[in-house]
Design a protein. Structure first.
Length: 375
Protein backbone atom coordinates (compact mmCIF):
# COMPACT_ATOMS: atom_id res chain seq x y z
CA UNK A 1 0.00 0.00 0.00
CA UNK A 2 1.10 3.60 -0.55
CA UNK A 3 0.17 5.56 2.55
CA UNK A 4 0.41 9.30 3.20
CA UNK A 5 0.80 10.17 6.89
CA UNK A 6 0.10 13.75 7.97
CA UNK A 7 1.35 14.66 11.45
CA UNK A 8 2.89 17.18 13.79
CA UNK A 9 6.62 16.50 13.58
CA UNK A 10 7.37 17.57 17.17
CA UNK A 11 7.85 15.74 20.49
CA UNK A 12 4.07 15.57 21.13
CA UNK A 13 2.48 12.14 21.53
CA UNK A 14 0.47 12.34 18.31
CA UNK A 15 3.62 12.96 16.28
CA UNK A 16 5.44 10.11 18.02
CA UNK A 17 2.59 7.67 17.39
CA UNK A 18 2.26 8.74 13.74
CA UNK A 19 6.01 8.46 13.14
CA UNK A 20 6.37 5.07 14.83
CA UNK A 21 3.31 3.79 12.94
CA UNK A 22 4.80 4.96 9.63
CA UNK A 23 8.20 3.38 10.40
CA UNK A 24 6.55 0.13 11.28
CA UNK A 25 4.36 0.11 8.14
CA UNK A 26 7.48 0.78 6.07
CA UNK A 27 9.25 -2.19 7.70
CA UNK A 28 6.28 -4.31 6.65
CA UNK A 29 6.85 -3.28 3.03
CA UNK A 30 4.33 -0.46 2.63
CA UNK A 31 5.44 2.78 1.00
CA UNK A 32 5.09 5.54 3.57
CA UNK A 33 5.05 9.25 2.77
CA UNK A 34 5.27 11.62 5.74
CA UNK A 35 3.77 15.04 4.99
CA UNK A 36 4.48 17.86 7.46
CA UNK A 37 6.42 21.10 7.99
CA UNK A 38 9.70 19.68 9.31
CA UNK A 39 11.48 16.36 9.68
CA UNK A 40 9.60 14.33 12.36
CA UNK A 41 11.85 14.08 15.45
CA UNK A 42 11.46 10.33 15.81
CA UNK A 43 12.06 9.58 12.12
CA UNK A 44 15.83 9.34 12.39
CA UNK A 45 17.95 8.80 9.35
CA UNK A 46 17.28 7.46 5.86
CA UNK A 47 15.19 4.29 5.83
CA UNK A 48 13.75 2.01 3.19
CA UNK A 49 10.18 2.73 1.96
CA UNK A 50 10.01 6.11 3.70
CA UNK A 51 9.82 9.53 2.04
CA UNK A 52 9.44 12.85 3.78
CA UNK A 53 7.61 15.68 1.99
CA UNK A 54 8.11 19.10 3.53
CA UNK A 55 5.25 21.59 3.60
CA UNK A 56 6.98 24.94 3.16
CA UNK A 57 4.87 28.02 3.75
CA UNK A 58 6.39 31.13 2.26
CA UNK A 59 6.36 34.25 4.35
CA UNK A 60 4.23 36.56 2.19
CA UNK A 61 4.02 40.04 3.77
CA UNK A 62 0.26 40.39 3.17
CA UNK A 63 -0.50 37.59 5.62
CA UNK A 64 -0.53 38.24 9.32
CA UNK A 65 -1.09 34.47 9.73
CA UNK A 66 0.48 32.11 7.21
CA UNK A 67 -2.10 29.81 5.53
CA UNK A 68 -0.50 26.48 6.56
CA UNK A 69 -3.67 24.47 6.05
CA UNK A 70 -3.99 25.59 2.43
CA UNK A 71 -0.36 24.78 1.63
CA UNK A 72 -0.73 21.43 3.38
CA UNK A 73 -3.84 20.57 1.32
CA UNK A 74 -1.98 21.49 -1.89
CA UNK A 75 0.96 19.33 -0.84
CA UNK A 76 -1.36 16.40 -0.15
CA UNK A 77 -2.91 16.79 -3.61
CA UNK A 78 0.56 16.84 -5.17
CA UNK A 79 1.86 13.80 -3.27
CA UNK A 80 -1.31 11.75 -3.86
CA UNK A 81 -1.15 12.45 -7.61
CA UNK A 82 2.57 12.08 -8.22
CA UNK A 83 3.35 9.27 -5.79
CA UNK A 84 0.10 7.44 -6.53
CA UNK A 85 -0.99 7.18 -2.88
CA UNK A 86 -3.81 4.78 -1.97
CA UNK A 87 -4.80 6.35 1.32
CA UNK A 88 -4.20 9.37 3.57
CA UNK A 89 -3.97 9.00 7.35
CA UNK A 90 -4.08 12.25 9.31
CA UNK A 91 -3.08 12.43 12.97
CA UNK A 92 -4.67 15.15 15.13
CA UNK A 93 -7.85 16.67 13.75
CA UNK A 94 -6.77 20.31 13.64
CA UNK A 95 -6.05 21.33 10.89
CA UNK A 96 -5.07 18.01 9.35
CA UNK A 97 -8.57 16.60 8.88
CA UNK A 98 -9.91 19.74 7.23
CA UNK A 99 -6.85 19.93 4.97
CA UNK A 100 -7.39 16.28 4.04
CA UNK A 101 -11.04 16.94 3.23
CA UNK A 102 -10.02 19.85 1.01
CA UNK A 103 -7.38 17.69 -0.74
CA UNK A 104 -9.89 14.89 -1.23
CA UNK A 105 -12.39 17.27 -2.86
CA UNK A 106 -9.75 18.76 -5.18
CA UNK A 107 -8.63 15.30 -6.22
CA UNK A 108 -12.20 14.19 -6.75
CA UNK A 109 -12.72 17.07 -9.16
CA UNK A 110 -9.77 15.66 -11.12
CA UNK A 111 -11.15 12.12 -11.11
CA UNK A 112 -8.92 10.77 -8.30
CA UNK A 113 -10.68 9.08 -5.40
CA UNK A 114 -8.73 8.81 -2.13
CA UNK A 115 -10.06 7.87 1.30
CA UNK A 116 -8.72 9.52 4.45
CA UNK A 117 -8.52 8.25 8.01
CA UNK A 118 -8.54 10.70 10.93
CA UNK A 119 -6.96 9.64 14.21
CA UNK A 120 -7.99 11.66 17.25
CA UNK A 121 -5.26 11.97 19.84
CA UNK A 122 -6.62 13.99 22.71
CA UNK A 123 -6.34 17.72 22.98
CA UNK A 124 -7.75 18.05 19.44
CA UNK A 125 -11.01 16.92 21.12
CA UNK A 126 -10.69 17.58 24.84
CA UNK A 127 -9.12 21.06 24.80
CA UNK A 128 -8.49 22.82 21.51
CA UNK A 129 -11.29 21.17 19.54
CA UNK A 130 -13.96 22.15 22.03
CA UNK A 131 -13.18 25.81 21.51
CA UNK A 132 -16.20 27.27 19.66
CA UNK A 133 -13.83 28.72 17.07
CA UNK A 134 -12.93 25.20 15.92
CA UNK A 135 -16.02 23.13 16.76
CA UNK A 136 -18.06 23.35 13.51
CA UNK A 137 -15.04 22.47 11.37
CA UNK A 138 -14.11 19.49 13.55
CA UNK A 139 -17.67 18.18 13.60
CA UNK A 140 -17.82 18.45 9.82
CA UNK A 141 -14.45 16.70 9.37
CA UNK A 142 -15.39 13.89 11.74
CA UNK A 143 -18.49 13.29 9.66
CA UNK A 144 -16.62 13.52 6.35
CA UNK A 145 -13.60 11.34 7.24
CA UNK A 146 -13.79 7.90 5.64
CA UNK A 147 -12.80 6.39 9.00
CA UNK A 148 -12.17 7.87 12.44
CA UNK A 149 -10.09 6.27 15.15
CA UNK A 150 -9.46 7.39 18.73
CA UNK A 151 -6.61 6.32 20.99
CA UNK A 152 -8.79 5.31 23.95
CA UNK A 153 -12.37 4.48 24.92
CA UNK A 154 -12.38 7.61 27.03
CA UNK A 155 -11.47 9.78 24.03
CA UNK A 156 -14.17 8.13 21.95
CA UNK A 157 -16.74 8.93 24.66
CA UNK A 158 -15.46 12.51 24.93
CA UNK A 159 -15.86 12.92 21.18
CA UNK A 160 -19.49 11.83 21.28
CA UNK A 161 -20.07 14.06 24.29
CA UNK A 162 -18.60 17.23 22.79
CA UNK A 163 -19.39 16.95 19.08
CA UNK A 164 -22.63 16.25 17.30
CA UNK A 165 -21.54 13.17 15.46
CA UNK A 166 -22.85 9.63 15.56
CA UNK A 167 -20.37 8.20 13.12
CA UNK A 168 -18.55 5.03 14.22
CA UNK A 169 -15.21 5.64 15.94
CA UNK A 170 -12.82 2.74 16.28
CA UNK A 171 -10.58 2.64 19.34
CA UNK A 172 -6.98 1.84 18.41
CA UNK A 173 -4.71 2.43 21.41
CA UNK A 174 -1.20 3.84 21.48
CA UNK A 175 1.43 1.12 21.13
CA UNK A 176 4.95 0.28 22.16
CA UNK A 177 7.83 -2.00 21.29
CA UNK A 178 9.32 -3.56 24.43
CA UNK A 179 13.04 -2.74 24.09
CA UNK A 180 14.34 -5.43 26.46
CA UNK A 181 13.19 -7.76 29.22
CA UNK A 182 13.37 -6.29 32.68
CA UNK A 183 16.50 -8.15 33.77
CA UNK A 184 18.31 -7.18 30.56
CA UNK A 185 17.82 -3.43 30.89
CA UNK A 186 21.09 -1.55 31.27
CA UNK A 187 20.81 0.69 34.33
CA UNK A 188 24.49 1.57 34.58
CA UNK A 189 23.83 5.29 33.97
CA UNK A 190 21.75 5.39 37.16
CA UNK A 191 24.80 5.73 39.40
CA UNK A 192 25.51 9.17 37.87
CA UNK A 193 22.18 10.45 39.19
CA UNK A 194 21.52 8.62 42.46
CA UNK A 195 23.09 6.46 45.18
CA UNK A 196 21.95 2.83 45.42
CA UNK A 197 19.71 3.60 48.39
CA UNK A 198 18.05 6.61 46.73
CA UNK A 199 15.11 6.64 44.31
CA UNK A 200 14.77 8.21 40.87
CA UNK A 201 11.47 9.80 39.81
CA UNK A 202 10.88 10.79 36.21
CA UNK A 203 8.38 12.89 34.27
CA UNK A 204 8.32 13.47 30.51
CA UNK A 205 6.05 16.02 28.84
CA UNK A 206 5.75 19.23 26.89
CA UNK A 207 5.37 21.21 30.13
CA UNK A 208 1.98 22.59 29.24
CA UNK A 209 -0.52 23.53 31.96
CA UNK A 210 -2.60 20.42 31.25
CA UNK A 211 0.34 18.25 32.43
CA UNK A 212 0.35 19.76 35.96
CA UNK A 213 4.12 19.40 36.27
CA UNK A 214 3.90 21.50 39.43
CA UNK A 215 2.20 18.50 41.06
CA UNK A 216 5.21 16.39 40.11
CA UNK A 217 7.41 18.74 42.15
CA UNK A 218 4.99 18.70 45.08
CA UNK A 219 4.83 14.90 45.10
CA UNK A 220 8.61 14.76 44.86
CA UNK A 221 8.98 17.16 47.80
CA UNK A 222 6.84 14.89 50.00
CA UNK A 223 8.50 11.63 48.96
CA UNK A 224 12.03 13.01 49.23
CA UNK A 225 11.43 13.90 52.88
CA UNK A 226 10.87 10.21 53.68
CA UNK A 227 13.00 8.45 51.06
CA UNK A 228 15.89 10.48 49.64
CA UNK A 229 15.27 10.75 45.91
CA UNK A 230 16.11 12.56 42.68
CA UNK A 231 13.75 13.89 40.04
CA UNK A 232 14.48 13.91 36.30
CA UNK A 233 12.27 16.26 34.30
CA UNK A 234 12.40 15.63 30.57
CA UNK A 235 10.93 18.03 28.00
CA UNK A 236 10.34 21.70 27.69
CA UNK A 237 7.43 24.07 27.26
CA UNK A 238 5.55 27.10 28.49
CA UNK A 239 5.52 26.14 32.21
CA UNK A 240 9.24 25.51 32.56
CA UNK A 241 10.20 28.93 33.84
CA UNK A 242 7.56 28.79 36.60
CA UNK A 243 8.67 25.28 37.53
CA UNK A 244 12.27 26.33 37.87
CA UNK A 245 11.11 29.10 40.19
CA UNK A 246 9.02 26.68 42.23
CA UNK A 247 12.00 24.38 42.49
CA UNK A 248 14.03 27.20 44.05
CA UNK A 249 11.17 28.18 46.32
CA UNK A 250 10.82 24.61 47.60
CA UNK A 251 14.60 24.35 47.90
CA UNK A 252 14.73 21.28 45.67
CA UNK A 253 17.24 22.39 43.01
CA UNK A 254 20.00 20.08 44.27
CA UNK A 255 17.81 17.08 43.59
CA UNK A 256 15.84 18.09 40.50
CA UNK A 257 17.35 18.00 37.02
CA UNK A 258 15.69 19.70 34.04
CA UNK A 259 17.09 17.66 31.15
CA UNK A 260 15.30 19.57 28.38
CA UNK A 261 14.07 17.90 25.21
CA UNK A 262 15.40 14.38 24.70
CA UNK A 263 14.82 12.57 21.41
CA UNK A 264 15.22 9.07 22.77
CA UNK A 265 13.56 9.09 26.19
CA UNK A 266 13.99 5.34 26.65
CA UNK A 267 17.46 5.73 28.15
CA UNK A 268 16.29 8.22 30.78
CA UNK A 269 13.28 6.06 31.64
CA UNK A 270 15.55 3.04 32.08
CA UNK A 271 17.18 4.61 35.13
CA UNK A 272 13.90 5.64 36.79
CA UNK A 273 12.13 3.86 39.66
CA UNK A 274 8.78 5.55 39.11
CA UNK A 275 7.12 7.71 36.46
CA UNK A 276 4.79 10.55 37.46
CA UNK A 277 1.89 11.68 35.23
CA UNK A 278 -0.52 13.93 37.18
CA UNK A 279 -2.27 15.41 34.09
CA UNK A 280 -5.51 17.37 34.21
CA UNK A 281 -6.71 15.52 31.09
CA UNK A 282 -4.89 12.79 29.20
CA UNK A 283 -6.53 10.81 26.44
CA UNK A 284 -4.12 7.88 26.74
CA UNK A 285 -0.75 8.73 28.26
CA UNK A 286 1.84 7.43 25.80
CA UNK A 287 4.61 8.74 28.08
CA UNK A 288 3.38 6.42 30.84
CA UNK A 289 3.26 3.45 28.46
CA UNK A 290 6.84 4.18 27.36
CA UNK A 291 7.90 4.12 31.02
CA UNK A 292 6.03 0.88 31.67
CA UNK A 293 7.71 -0.72 28.64
CA UNK A 294 11.04 -0.48 30.48
CA UNK A 295 9.51 -1.69 33.73
CA UNK A 296 8.80 1.62 35.45
CA UNK A 297 5.61 1.81 37.56
CA UNK A 298 3.37 4.86 37.18
CA UNK A 299 1.92 7.28 39.72
CA UNK A 300 -0.77 9.16 37.85
CA UNK A 301 -4.06 10.96 37.96
CA UNK A 302 -7.17 8.94 37.15
CA UNK A 303 -8.29 11.18 34.29
CA UNK A 304 -9.29 10.37 30.70
CA UNK A 305 -7.73 7.24 29.24
CA UNK A 306 -4.99 6.79 31.86
CA UNK A 307 -6.94 4.08 33.76
CA UNK A 308 -7.05 2.10 30.49
CA UNK A 309 -3.25 1.87 30.71
CA UNK A 310 -2.16 2.20 34.34
CA UNK A 311 -3.87 -0.34 36.60
CA UNK A 312 -4.44 0.82 40.17
CA UNK A 313 -2.41 -1.21 42.67
CA UNK A 314 -0.92 -3.34 39.87
CA UNK A 315 1.23 -1.26 37.51
CA UNK A 316 1.21 1.82 39.77
CA UNK A 317 -1.51 3.91 41.35
CA UNK A 318 -4.23 6.34 40.28
CA UNK A 319 -5.29 9.40 42.30
CA UNK A 320 -7.72 12.25 41.77
CA UNK A 321 -6.32 15.16 39.78
CA UNK A 322 -4.35 17.43 42.12
CA UNK A 323 -4.26 15.02 45.08
CA UNK A 324 -0.51 15.21 45.62
CA UNK A 325 -0.80 13.78 49.16
CA UNK A 326 -2.33 10.58 47.82
CA UNK A 327 0.20 10.38 45.00
CA UNK A 328 3.09 10.70 47.48
CA UNK A 329 1.54 8.12 49.82
CA UNK A 330 1.12 5.67 46.91
CA UNK A 331 4.67 6.21 45.73
CA UNK A 332 6.01 5.53 49.20
CA UNK A 333 4.02 2.31 49.18
CA UNK A 334 5.81 1.23 45.97
CA UNK A 335 9.15 2.16 47.54
CA UNK A 336 8.45 0.36 50.84
CA UNK A 337 10.75 -2.56 50.03
CA UNK A 338 12.71 -3.99 47.13
CA UNK A 339 10.31 -6.87 46.47
CA UNK A 340 7.30 -4.53 46.20
CA UNK A 341 9.09 -2.25 43.75
CA UNK A 342 10.21 -5.26 41.74
CA UNK A 343 6.67 -6.65 41.57
CA UNK A 344 5.34 -3.28 40.32
CA UNK A 345 8.16 -3.20 37.76
CA UNK A 346 7.25 -6.65 36.44
CA UNK A 347 3.55 -5.83 36.33
CA UNK A 348 4.22 -2.57 34.49
CA UNK A 349 6.26 -4.24 31.80
CA UNK A 350 3.80 -7.12 31.41
CA UNK A 351 0.94 -4.66 31.03
CA UNK A 352 2.91 -2.73 28.38
CA UNK A 353 3.24 -5.97 26.40
CA UNK A 354 -0.54 -5.83 25.89
CA UNK A 355 -0.01 -2.71 23.73
CA UNK A 356 2.42 -4.45 21.43
CA UNK A 357 3.33 -2.46 18.32
CA UNK A 358 2.73 -5.29 15.86
CA UNK A 359 -0.83 -6.06 16.87
CA UNK A 360 -1.81 -2.37 16.95
CA UNK A 361 -0.23 -1.66 13.55
CA UNK A 362 -2.27 -4.58 12.14
CA UNK A 363 -5.43 -2.86 13.41
CA UNK A 364 -4.56 0.23 11.35
CA UNK A 365 -3.85 -1.93 8.29
CA UNK A 366 -7.28 -3.51 8.71
CA UNK A 367 -8.88 -0.05 8.69
CA UNK A 368 -6.95 0.88 5.51
CA UNK A 369 -7.86 -2.40 3.79
CA UNK A 370 -11.54 -2.07 4.61
CA UNK A 371 -11.61 1.39 3.01
CA UNK A 372 -9.69 0.28 -0.07
CA UNK A 373 -12.00 -2.68 -0.56
CA UNK A 374 -14.93 -0.25 -0.54
CA UNK A 375 -13.28 1.96 -3.15
O1 LIG B 1 0.32 14.99 25.47
C1 LIG B 1 0.47 15.95 24.74
O2 LIG B 1 0.42 17.07 25.15
C2 LIG B 1 0.70 15.76 23.27
C3 LIG B 1 -0.52 15.22 22.65
C4 LIG B 1 -0.48 15.33 21.16
O3 LIG B 1 -1.56 15.42 20.63
O4 LIG B 1 0.55 15.29 20.51
O5 LIG B 1 -0.71 13.89 23.12
C5 LIG B 1 -1.96 13.32 22.99
O6 LIG B 1 -1.77 12.21 22.12
C6 LIG B 1 -0.99 11.14 22.64
C7 LIG B 1 -0.82 10.09 21.55
O7 LIG B 1 -2.03 9.57 21.13
C8 LIG B 1 -1.67 10.57 23.90
O8 LIG B 1 -0.94 9.49 24.42
C9 LIG B 1 -1.74 11.71 24.94
O9 LIG B 1 -2.42 11.22 26.07
C10 LIG B 1 -2.50 12.89 24.36
N1 LIG B 1 -2.39 14.02 25.31
C11 LIG B 1 -3.47 14.50 25.96
O10 LIG B 1 -4.58 14.04 25.87
C12 LIG B 1 -3.18 15.65 26.87
Amino acid sequence: MKIGIVLYPTFGGSGVVATELGKSLARKGHNVHFITYSQPVRLGSFRENVTYHEVAVSDYPLFEYQPYETVLASKMVDVVKHEGLDILHVHYAIPHASAAFMAKMILKSEGVDIPFVTTLHGTDITLVGRDPSFEPVITFCLNESDAVTAVSKSLKEDTYMHFSTTRPIEVIPNFIKIPADLDEIDRSLRERYAQDDEFVLCHVSNFRKVKRVEDVLRVFQRVNKVKPSHLLLVGDGPERYKLEELCRELDLCERVKFLGKVTDTQHVLEIADVFVLPSETESFGLAALEAMAVGVPVISSNTGGIPEVNLHGVTGYLSNVGDVEDMAKNMLDIFKDEETLMQFRRNAQNRAREFDLNSVVTQYETVYNSLLELA
